[in-house]
Write a protein of this length. Structure first.
Length: 157
């Protein structure tokens, strides 16, 4: 099983959203994700919690954690979230950087746009690696990788 780390500086926004979408879209028999930061904040940003709640994903109890060598052990991919020079690097690990804006203190519409971009990138990664499940976990805000790329499931008729 593959282990993916989503990391940003404070582990209070982008990386938390990415790991939550990953859990919703990826077959847990194939891969799992954790999120961490180089300088973890005290809590997940309230605007991020609210934005994810709109999709049925609850991050209210999520807690930022520090990216340590122990936490990174065994991971095959590190996805950094546009944190520039403050982004972590783990020797010997494949790394992708997604240049994403920090949602902290952004207006609701901007946070939603960042959230939706993260969802699409996670769906693309999961599909490219062959990790997607046929149907996402219940109440996780997306019904398939294809729906996630389109911005969500089709409207009910």
């Amino acid at each position: 099983m593959k282990k993916v780390i989503f990391a940003c500086v404070h582990n209070a926004g982008r990386s938390q959203m990415a790991a939550a979408f990953f859990r919703a879209l990826v077959d847990p028999e194939k891969a799992h994700a954790i999120s961490a930061g180089t300088e973890p904040g005290p809590r997940v940003h309230p605007e991020v919690v609210e934005s994810m709640r709109e999709l049925g994903i609850d991050l209210a109890d999520a807690r930022p954690q520090k990216l340590t060598a122990e936490l990174a052990r065994g991971a095959s991919l590190l996805v950094t979230m546009g944190c520039g020079d403050q982004c972590p690097a783990v020797p010997g690990m494949r790394r992708e950087d997604w240049p994403l804006e920090d949602p902290k203190n952004e207006p609701r519409e901007r946070v939603r746009a960042i959230r939706d971009e993260i969802r699409a990138r996670v769906a693309e990664l999961a599909q490219a690696e062959g990790w997607t499940r046929a149907v996402a976990a219940p109440d996780r805000g997306v019904s398939s990788a294809q729906d996630a790329q389109r911005g969500g499931p089709p409207p009910a008729r």
